[in-house]
Design a protein around this ligand. Structure first.
Ligand SMILES: C[S@@+](CC[C@H](N)C(=O)[O-])C[C@H]1O[C@@H](n2cnc3c(N)ncnc32)[C@H](O)[C@@H]1O
Length: 284
């Protein structure tokens, strides 16, 4: 991450989502209210100016994103499917008794803000790097406080998740929980990913699930992001958010088992690649 600067990739995902709102046919697939809430959050937080937002929600923006889709094949629409996947996991988890939801590396995701009033008995917690979390908090404050939503500003590379949650009173270690790590693990070193999954298992009760997205590993051992992977890896490094971690899908089951989770492909609802990523769900 660029020191003290909000995440560029979190902003990109959010703007992509706004642009998707202008793509015919996407509204049926996107979670209800997500486009409007994301637009409001980006502007209210100051992450995006009003003029840039007007452009992002125009059909021209959608056309430009589609024109550049060859760089990350299918990824423009896949960001929308990713949001639907995560929200479905949260809704299903709550339906099965989860009383807390933790979104790791939340960026400008609006799920907690949108779902908190619908599920007043569930505590929603989000964690992100301080520079991004603080900017987001400003926007969330302007959009309307939610009594069961907590935004936590922490660098998980510097402080352990278990310690972060110890100092956040609503967290109950024994409670059935849904953890979301959407577009996060790619940015973490290998040891950090294993450690994070182990910690997630440690801080959650029986009946919990973790849903996440990941890049498959290419033949050269690096994350496989399509035909121009090398260039993209270089670009990500330049912006200070390098893609590091990936895993061959066939090795995921063992990785999860070693981290205290059980791969649950049946809960995933899909086993195909979306854009350049796979989705996964594990339970404990
Ligand atoms: C690609 S963005 C995804 C944002 C969001 N999950 C989404 O999909 O809309 C990755 C996010 O992970 C956060 N992140 C990366 N490394 C982190 C760390 N060590 N601690 C906390 N947050 C981190 C970034 O700040 C950024 O918001």
């Amino acid at each position: 991450m660029r020191k003290g600067k909000p995440s560029i990739t979190a902003r990109k995902v959010a703007l992509n989502l706004v642009a998707l709102g202008a793509k015919p046919g996407m509204n049926e697939c996107l979670p209800q209210g997500i486009v409007q809430a994301t637009e409001t959050l980006l502007v209210a937080s100051g992450a995006v100016g009003a003029r840039a937002m007007r452009w992002s929600r125009s059909p021209r923006a959608a056309a430009v994103y589609e024109a550049f889709d060859w760089m990350l094949p299918g990824q423009f629409e896949a960001f929308g499917h990713r949001k639907s996947f995560c929200e479905r996991q949260v809704r299903e988890g709550i339906g099965e008794g989860a009383t807390q939801v933790l979104v790791l590396g939340a960026g400008y995701d609006t799920m907690g803000w949108r779902l908190a009033p619908e599920f007043p008995g569930v505590n929603f917690l989000e964690i992100d790097h301080p520079a991004t979390a603080r900017l987001k908090a400003r926007g969330i404050e302007a959009m309307g406080h939610r009594k069961n939503l907590w935004l936590i500003a922490e660098d998980l590379g510097k402080r352990k998740l278990v310690d972060v949650l110890k100092s956040n009173p609503p967290w109950v270690r024994s409670a059935p929980t849904v953890i979301i790590a959407e577009g996060l693990v790619t940015y973490l070193p290998s040891e950090a990913v294993g450690d994070l999954f182990c910690q997630c298992a440690e801080i959650t009760g029986t009946g919990s699930r973790i849903a996440f997205t990941y890049f498959p590993t290419g033949a050269d051992g690096r994350p496989d992001a399509g035909p121009i992977t090398g260039l993209l890896l270089w670009g990500q490094k330049i912006i200070g958010e390098p893609w590091i971690w990936s895993i061959p899908p066939e090795e995921l089951g063992l990785f999860l088992e070693e981290s205290g989770w059980t791969n649950a492909p049946a809960l995933e609802g899909t086993n195909v690649k979306h854009g350049v990523e796979f989705y996964a769900v594990a339970t404990k």
